[in-house]
Write a protein that binds this ligand. Structure first.
Ligand SMILES: [Zn+2]
Length: 104
């Protein structure tokens, strides 16, 4: 995943690694930005991993119970994941604006 800033829309597009750096809104060329993964990303991964380990260790007899046990971990993980994405976009936006100012 990567981020690209479009100066004409003042917006950050979240792109997959293989996508060309273009603005999602106007399709113009956008500036790629490197943003470090936020701490929320690691919390999200950790929470989901912990959930998987707990389900594995408890070895519940039914699939429904296993899923029921895992669900809160997934919800929690997704919550942090979404939070991290929002934070990263915010950082990318700032970095993009700063660069736009530098380049005039
Ligand atoms: Zn644009």
């Amino acid at each position: 995943m990567k981020y690209a800033y479009c100066a004409s829309c003042d917006e950050v597009s979240v792109l997959s690694n293989l996508e060309p750096e273009r603005c999602h809104r106007c399709q113009k060329k956008a500036v790629p930005l490197r943003v470090r993964r936020p701490w929320q990303h690691w919390v999200a991964s950790g929470v989901i991993l912990a959930g998987a380990v707990i389900v594995f260790v408890t070895d519940l007899p039914s699939i429904a119970l296993r899923f029921g046990l895992l669900l809160p971990f997934i919800v929690f993980g997704l919550f942090f994941s979404a939070w991290g994405l929002r934070e990263s976009k915010q950082k990318a936006l700032k970095a993009g604006r700063a660069r736009a100012v530098e380049e005039g």
